[in-house]
Design a protein around this ligand. Structure first.
Ligand SMILES: Nc1ncnc2c1ncn2[C@@H]1O[C@H](COP(=O)(O)OP(=O)(O)OP(=O)(O)O)[C@@H](O)[C@H]1O
Ligand SMILES: [Mg+2]
Length: 458
């Protein structure tokens, strides 16, 4: 058995793993097992059961001697491969091991890539995937899935109860959601940032794209920390660059890592100058298709992309509505916002016409999201149902989730700290600001509803 290190290293560097045995020792033994809460007595190396030989078997609730049967405690098999190996070639075998031994989860890695599969009767589904060098950022998501504490608190009913959700996990194609309303100030940006955080915290790889020249999402994700033009580190590489070139500026180059949420989220920033670029970009024949193409090239890097849009019917809104698969329309349901839905409806129809020309299916409108809704009991009981009913007139569904008007949502986007009398913006998602707040719960419920509707439930 390999030597166990008392204090797991804080960093894992895939470059240090040159062969299978280094993946076993440096990634699994020294890093993952301790980081996931498994003590030396909770796991075994080179476990042979009949003709099966597992590299590692970790138990959430059992020590030696271990038993593997239908009632066996929750356990994880871990298979290490050489960095030269393609993991796809080992998935079927892992599936066979998990089914034969009644093991719920299997982790498969070659150091460069880490995947987790969940068994559902006789099939397995991919439930998590990240690059080896991203594991530090992804650790909380991995813990939530196969950490010792998580598994200890689960019961065996997952096998039958989660059947429906596990089936949909298998679809690992990237989903693109635009958040749009042509009325300003209805909560689009607040929805983008906090929905992205809620989905990220469930282990999905999320990309936010800011297509609004007000750059509010860019600010709310903490990417604007500079005070003056000289230290503006965004204007040389932001969403305009991604749109203006067919070959250069891929998503990976333009996206920045934002710490407004833990784990971090990738964000393609906007810039105030985006406004004056509209005419130039509008002249290019290909602009409306560039985002579609660039996202296609990045589809193995993200599970969910969320696009923030300007409150207008301009080129950037068109680009968003052409690139998306799904649309959420936040609305405070006030009379002007409701009247604006007529424009939204016409705008969607126009973009669907363009999509037909380029053989893209029509936008799937997930619904109008009641946003900034007063928590006043009387309003909620009498006025709110009437306002919701008015939406149907415009041919839209209303989502079940509701985002109430609460100070925390405005506050978390405006947090800052001071250094040498300089105020540095340090915004957080509502989950990272107040995880137990009613607003966090509302956004969590929205994430559940949205993930269910787009077939991505964990
Ligand atoms: N549920 C809420 N409770 C309290 N304040 C909110 C809520 N949602 C949004 N706000 C605040 O309302 C203002 C407008 O919200 P937001 O920026 O999300 O709207 P928007 O639709 O993106 O606006 P724009 O059309 O200008 O881009 C912001 O100051 C935000 O902090
Ligand atoms: Mg906005």
């Amino acid at each position: 058995m390999q030597e166990f290190e008392e204090n797991p290293p804080l960093e894992f560097d895939p470059e240090q793993c040159r062969n299978e045995s280094e993946v076993e020792s440096k990634l699994i033994v020294q890093y993952l097992l301790p980081a996931l809460g498994y003590r030396p007595n909770d796991w075994h190396q080179e476990v042979a059961v009949g003709s099966i030989r597992l590299d590692f078997l970790a138990f959430a609730a059992q020590v030696i001697p271990f038993v593997l049967d239908a009632n066996s405690p929750l356990s994880v098999a871990m298979e290490a491969k050489s960095p030269k190996q393609n993991l796809d070639l080992h998935v079927r075998k892992l599936g066979r091991y998990l089914s034969s031994l009644n093991i719920k989860y299997g982790l498969l890695t070659n150091g460069k890539e880490i995947r987790i599969y969940a068994r559902n009767s006789d099939t397995i589904q991919l439930v998590f995937q990240c690059k080896g060098r991203e594991i530090q950022d992804e650790l909380n998501a991995v813990k939530r899935l196969i950490g010792r504490e998580t598994l200890k608190n689960q019961d065996h009913s997952i096998d039958t109860n989660s059947q429906a959700s596990l089936q949909s996990i298998g679809k690992d194609e990237m989903k693109v959601i635009a958040v749009y309303h042509n009325k300003g100030g209805v909560g689009k940006t607040t929805t983008v940032t906090n929905l992205a955080a809620a989905i990220r915290k469930r282990g999905k790889r999320v990309l936010i794209i800011d297509l609004d020249s007000q750059a509010n999402t860019t600010f709310a994700t903490g990417l604007i920390k500079f005070e003056d033009e000289e230290s503006d580190n965004l204007k040389s590489c932001y969403v305009y660059h991604l749109l203006k070139s067919e070959e250069l500026f891929p998503v990976s180059e333009v996206a920045r890592k934002s710490e407004f949420c833990d784990p971090p989220i990738s964000v393609i920033p906007a810039h105030i100058q985006l406004m004056e670029k509209e005419v130039e970009l509008g002249r290019l024949d290909f602009t409306r298709g560039t985002l579609v193409e660039k996202l296609k090239a990045a589809e193995s890097d993200y599970d969910v992309v969320i696009i923030d849009t300007p409150p207008s019917l301009n080129l950037y809104s068109k680009i968003a509505l052409i690139a998306c698969d799904y649309l959420i329309i936040p609305s405070d349901l006030k009379p002007f916002a409701n009247q604006g839905l007529q424009n939204v409806s016409t705008f969607i129809k126009e973009q669907n016409t363009f999509r037909r020309y380029v053989s893209k299916p029509a936008i799937e409108v997930l619904g109008v999201l009641p946003s900034k809704i007063s928590t006043n009991a009387k309003f909620f009981q009498s006025t709110f149902p009437k306002r919701k009913a008015a939406i149907n007139r415009y041919g839209f569904n209303v989502l079940d989730s509701v985002i109430s008007e609460r100070e925390d949502l405005a506050k978390c986007a405006e947090l800052s700290y001071t250094i040498d009398d300089q105020e540095i913006p340090d915004p957080k998602s509502v989950f990272d600001f107040k995880p137990d707040s009613p607003s966090a719960q509302e956004f969590d419920a929205l994430a559940t509803e949205v993930l269910q509707k787009i077939g991505l439930v964990v």
